[in-house]
Write a protein of this length. Structure first.
Length: 251
């Protein structure tokens, strides 16, 4: 339990959210991992997308030691990270109609692939349109979002729908609307967001499930090793060579 400090309170909040996700999203995490394993087995490719801070969780599963080598980052110029100047431009681009369709049309994604879309609120035009367009193209979609936003905010997509409404599998991060776990009488705004911690944990659980599912089918999971251990670069080189046509971050 917390020692009463703000740091202790934050850890308690994050741990509580992780426990909720573990217990309440177990079947969805299993379904998402199996969907990725199905895609790999069938020769498909894997992609992840997130805008703003949601991009951190997407980047965390791409070119990652201990992760699936086939997970590629789908990038949208101006929304991937906080290095965009001004930073508010990224938020504005998330609300632009038509951007997701243009990105998908120019991407290597094709029918039979799988796309993980991460959006905490799931309300902006970009993730909603991306999910709708991807499924129309025959791409399987896993959405990672906070379902609470759909009942407590209004959609910013012309359809009035949310990311959760256009996915093959939905993973609910349980993050409260506003993404801030702590409050103080002396501080005018809530603070200490936990969405990155929880969303990254969800995705790593999905990756672990996918690796296990592939192994259960007699398929060696295409995993990367750390380049900072002996033999790591050689191992990864063999994986890159074997799956060269399904790994796009090396182009």
């Amino acid at each position: 339990m917390s020692d009463g400090t703000l740091s202790g309170q934050f850890f308690d909040a994050a741990i509580g959210l992780l426990q909720r996700v573990r217990d309440e999203e177990a079947s969805s995490i299993e379904a998402a991992g199996n969907l990725l394993a199905d895609t790999v087995t069938a020769g498909g490719r894997l992609f992840a997308f997130g805008a703003g801070h949601s991009s951190l969780a997407a980047q965390d599963v791409v070119y990652r030691a201990g992760g699936l080598a086939l997970m590629n980052l789908l990038t949208v110029p101006g929304v991937v990270g906080v290095d965009v100047m001004p930073a508010t431009l990224g938020s504005a681009l998330e609300r632009v109609d038509g951007l997701a369709s243009a990105v998908l049309d120019c991407s290597p994604l094709r029918a039979g692939d799988a796309l993980v879309i991460i959006s905490l609120s799931g309300r902006n035009a970009l993730p909603v349109e991306m999910a709708m367009k991807a499924r129309a193209l025959g791409i399987r979609v896993i959405g990672v979002t906070s379902v609470a936003y759909a009942s407590e905010t209004s959609s910013r997509h012309v359809s009035g729908t949310y990311l959760k409404d256009h996915c093959d599998v939905v993973l609910d991060s349980k993050i409260a609307t506003g993404d801030a776990e702590l409050t103080l009488d002396t501080v005018p705004a809530p603070f200490a967001p936990a969405s990155t911690v929880v969303t990254s944990a969800i995705l790593q659980a999905v990756m672990a499930t996918a690796a296990g599912s592939l192994a259960d089918r007699g398929v060696e999971p295409p995993l990367l090793r750390s380049g900072n251990v002996d033999g790591g670069h050689e191992w990864n080189g063999r994986v890159f060579e074997k799956y060269a046509d399904r790994i796009f971050y090396r182009q």
